[in-house]
Design a protein around this ligand. Sequence first.
Ligand code: KIV
Length: 273
Amino acid sequence: MAGYLVEDKKKVTTNRLIEMKQQGKKIAMLTSYDYTMAQIVDGAGVDVILVGDSASNVMAGHGTTLPITLDQMIYHGASVVRGVKRALVVCDMPFGTYQVCPSDGVANAVRIMKECGCDALKLEGGEEILETVKRILQAGIPVMGHLGLTPQSINKFGTYAVRAKEQAEAEKLLNDARLLEEAGCFAIVLEKIPSDLAKRVAEEIKIPIIGIGAGKHVDGQVLVVTDMLGMNNGFSPKFLRRYADLYTVMTDAVGQYVSDVKDVSFPNDSEGY
Ligand code: KIV
């Protein structure tokens, strides 16, 4: 068996993630948006699969995460859940489904859980959405927080640059992490913030801190699967490590197919009935 494939086939739970932090075991998290990719990602041993609202960018071609709808997230989430045996599946609540008021937030959260069959939800923000986070938790739904560069607020930020470089924003982020932990969240994603700040949060907060562009002193890492597989050759932020060049592999394969069809070398006699 390849070294990266896990022997442990037991379903990952939110409690197991907290135990992993206590035992100093790092958490590997990746996004997925469909059944086939989810089967590969789960089979390779990823602990947490995020049905990210980055589907809006990488699946639908939008410029931001804002346009994706609740129905579209439910479609992606249910497709991923059908492909997963071991990983914890977390689904993003899309923009507009939890910011209006807590009762809307709970109703939409319940709908995602019922229709996707996922294990938990992720919401962006701290103090501003705390009441909603508490109400969703009271409904028995595990919540993962998301602080730092929260892409649903891109119009407020006006830039995808690193967040919380200034002391006031760093203190607010730390306080938001404390509030999310006290409320009962099981983990928090920190996106694109200075490594020293992420380290401080991971040391103080007892629930797992998962970073993306937040350095190595956190409890786990998350990347967008299509980015780390090199399927999108136009996106290369500093934090991204590419583990494959699928853009080239896939383009070559499709190009070869086109050429084979045109010169009638596909199909050959053994590829017919
Ligand atoms: O939607 C997403 O892919 C995310 C990750 C970048 C954490 O929220």
